[in-house]
Ligand binder design. Structure first.
Ligand code: T6T
Length: 316
């Protein structure tokens, strides 16, 4: 086996993530609607989906709003529905607001697969593929409790209520603290609207209110980036411990710098690839799996450099 040069590796990566078959006739046509364009979790998901689409000879387009916001995602769904693909993979940005547009997709005969997030209507989505987020939240609670010696105040930073994934992570976190950590005092959840600077502000205000804050659980990428930089700027490194969901480049840097002690890494590439598989099966009227859980891995400084951990870190 030859050794790939750096240039060849870049070329291979570009090939793996480039759009597959642009609209050639006769192919199954799918569109992936991301929760947010350009964000590492959803770009890694797109990469997995594109690779799978290329291997199955399927045409896949990818679109997403500039912000994680149902008022920006809804018009994208409407235009995808108007373009009549055979199937759509979507990460809905709100459990309720996206129900009506997704009903339109169903009425138009578009096979829809929910990737990552879901809506509160079980009739939508021929298949739903995501991390077990309740379990992931509980895992984060266990990791944070261990870091703080199982005592002290802990705060959760999330995005917005009504986002299925992060709501489930909060639920799992709360349940685990309540059930198994009597000396950990949960001071509640605050919402950053998925905005890095808002997450920082929240942590700064929390530190002013509770100078003895012991730990923070950040439920996704932007929450963690903002919360971590606030801890860093406040000189709280090592004093306030943090666990974050997701493993983008900024989170890995924070882990290396001792800002965050553990990450719960998802498998967005697998979610995208399985989404394509299920959508194609639905279009071909083959057997579809209604619910597919994907794995989560706790990443720490200790296991960060293991090859099996390196390969699950999100792409930049
Ligand atoms: O945590 C992921 C995703 O699972 C969640 O639904 C929204 O936030 C992320 O995209 C990370 O920022």
């Amino acid at each position: 086996i030859g050794v790939l040069t750096a240039a060849a590796l870049v070329a291979a990566a570009a090939t793996a993530c480039s759009d597959s078959g642009s609209g050639s006739g006769g192919k199954i046509k799918l569109t992936l609607v991301q929760g947010m364009a350009g964000e590492e979790f959803y770009e890694t998901m797109a990469c997995g989906a594109k690779r799978q689409a290329a291997s199955m000879g399927v045409d896949l387009k990818v679109q997403g709003p500039q912000k994680f916001d149902p008022t920006l995602q809804t018009p994208i769904v409407n235009s995808v529905v108007a373009s009549r693909p055979d199937g759509m993979l979507i990460a809905p940005t709100d459990t309720k607001a996206l129900i009506a547009p997704l009903k339109q997709a169903k009425a138009a005969g578009i096979k829809t697969v929910l990737v990552d997030t879901v809506v509160d209507d079980p009739s939508i989505g021929v298949s739903r593929i995501s991390t077990d987020n309740v379990k992931g939240g509980a895992t984060a609670a266990t990791a944070l409790a261990k870091q703080i010696g199982d005592k002290g105040k802990v705060l959760v930073i999330s995005t917005d209520p009504g986002v299925s994934t992060v709501d489930a992570r909060i639920k799992g976190f709360e349940q685990e603290i309540k059930a198994n950590h009597p000396n950990v005092k949960y001071v509640g959840v605050q919402y950053s609207h998925n905005d890095v600077s808002e997450a920082s502000k929240i942590v700064n205000a929390a530190l002013a209110k509770d100078p003895d804050l012991a730990g923070v659980f950040a439920t996704n990428l932007n929450s963690a980036t903002g919360a971590g930089s606030a801890l860093q700027q406040a000189g709280k490194l090592g004093k306030v411990k943090m666990v974050g969901f997701d493993a983008g480049p900024a989170q890995v840097k924070q882990l290396q710098d001792g800002v965050v002690q553990a990450l719960v890494a998802q498998l967005p590439g697998d979610i995208g690839a399985k989404g394509v598989e299920q959508a194609v099966a639905a279009v071909k009227k083959q057997t579809v799996t209604p619910s597919i859980p994907t794995d989560a891995t706790v990443v720490t400084k200790e296991n960060l450099n293991q090859p099996d951990v390196q390969k699950i870190l999100y792409k930049a």
